[in-house]
Design a protein around this ligand. Structure first.
Ligand SMILES: Cc1ncc(COP(=O)(O)O)c(C=O)c1O
Length: 406
């Protein structure tokens, strides 16, 4: 399905391989320069497009999964079991056991997982298991000026401050064939600042020192900026992280794991839409397009949509409009994306291209009114590969049944 002509029918996502490769190389180099002993994971939930998973697998990435479905998808796409990082509060017991037996990475998060470890330790007395624990710490006590993901702090992992983390580690220590081998430090923040990552790394050191842990790995999770020239990138983050980690850990013994999502694929991905109609309603101009807010931000939490416009004809000779509202393709009133003030009048055929559209878009897209749009890969030589055809009722009707006489 490789061809060298530009896809025309909008809406579609485009992934530029060269830009993706740039960010993959930046991550690899930053980890190599600052620590040397590292594993690159990729957060499957951020964008689980099969083409992308396969691409990252071939670049040596491990699959960071948080459900049985994601685990199964990763295996089907050829990730070996030992290249799985299994995270999250809702784990599947069979998947848990399979990842453990395959020598993959599991970061415990919930109470029942400690029971599973006790059970599996008894069931496989001759195996030696390595597991990690997701740390929940009061990050905002350490960095009060930062913007938390939620006001009350994170809800994942075992709490350091109230002793639950220590109790979980002690429970694992009682098992003769289980090694509390890793700390998982992922913490979502809005500010994605270097300071936050420095504080998280420092916390990993504090915990390891306080509980006398000999660690096989520290997993710093995701949550970095990427693909934006006005923000920090992997080089800044890993310099700070490794500065803190090296105060206690030895790169020869302890692997540094990163599991980025959005930062890896933002630069490379655009969502491309066309103007279909321009409507005058009282004193407002509504520009109707064939893409939707549901393609870009189905949770409807965003108000900023980085974009650029490709005009079908010379825009400099067009009338200027004081206000134009760019609207989406659903029949929902809220499907309005952004306002252009004092801009060239848009006309049908103009293209509105959303930048940094790779993360939490394709995989969060609802099957609402329209189905999944196409995804095209643009190779460095200009050839285009169809990574996903647009979904139609062929896909929608699968596994749906109607009754004849109801
Ligand atoms: C455990 C874990 N790792 C990695 C990620 C990826 O984060 P991001 O897409 O912000 O890099 C997430 C996202 O929430 C996560 O929960």
């Amino acid at each position: 399905m490789r061809k060298s002509m530009k896809p025309i029918q909008t809406p579609f996502f485009r992934i530029r391989e060269q830009s993706l490769q740039y960010d993959v190389s930046l991550l690899r180099q930053s980890l190599a320069d600052n620590w040397g002993n590292y594993i690159m994971g990729y957060s499957v939930k951020t964008n689980s497009l099969p083409w992308l998973l396969n691409y990252l697998k071939n670049q040596g990435f491990y699959a960071e999964v948080v459900s049985r479905m994601e685990y199964d998808l990763a295996l089907r796409l050829g990730f070996p079991g030992r290249h799985i990082i299994y995270n999250g509060p809702i784990k599947d017991k069979k998947t848990f056991e399979a990842v453990l037996l395959a020598g993959g990475y599991i970061n415990l998060d919930s109470n029942y997982e400690l029971e599973w470890m006790e059970e599996l330790s008894r069931l496989y007395p001759n195996r030696h298991f390595r597991v990690g624990l997701r740390v929940n710490c009061d990050l905002f006590a350490l960095c009060p000026e930062e913007i938390p993901a939620t006001r009350e702090g994170g809800r994942f992992g075992y709490c350091y401050e109230n002793g639950i983390l220590k109790a979980a580690i002690d429970r694992l220590l009682r098992l003769p064939n289980v090694w509390a081998a890793g700390l998982h430090m992922h913490s979502s923040t809005q500010s994605r600042s270097i300071k936050i990552f420095g504080a998280l790394a420092k916390m990993a050191v504090t915990i390891a020192r306080e509980y006398n842990l000999s660690l096989d790995y520290v997993d710093m999770g995701g949550g970095y900026f990427g693909g934006r020239d006005d923000m920090p990138d992997y080089r800044d983050y890993f310099q700070e992280i490794c500065k803190e980690l090296s105060l206690y850990f030895d790169p020869q013994k302890t692997v540094l794991i990163a599991e980025p999502g959005v930062s890896l694929i933002s630069r490379a991905t655009t969502f491309e839409t066309s103007v279909i109609d321009v409507k005058d309603i009282r004193d407002r101009k509504y520009v109707v397009t064939d893409g939707s807010r549901t393609n870009l931000n189905p949770l409807v939490t965003r108000h900023v949509y980085p974009h650029h416009i490709e005009y079908i004809s010379d825009a400099s000779v067009r009338n200027r409009e004081t206000s134009q509202w760019i609207c989406g393709a659903t029949c929902m009133e809220y499907d309005k994306l952004f306002e252009i003030t004092d801009g060239a009048a848009l006309i049908p055929g103009d293209k509105i291209i959303y930048d940094t559209a790779g993360g939490y878009t394709m995989c969060l897209n609802p099957l609402f009114i329209n189905y999944f749009p196409a995804v095209y890969i643009e190779h460095a030589d200009g050839t285009v590969f169809t990574a996903r055809k647009p979904w139609s009722n062929e896909e929608y009707l699968q596994k749906s049944y109607v009754e004849d006489k109801v």
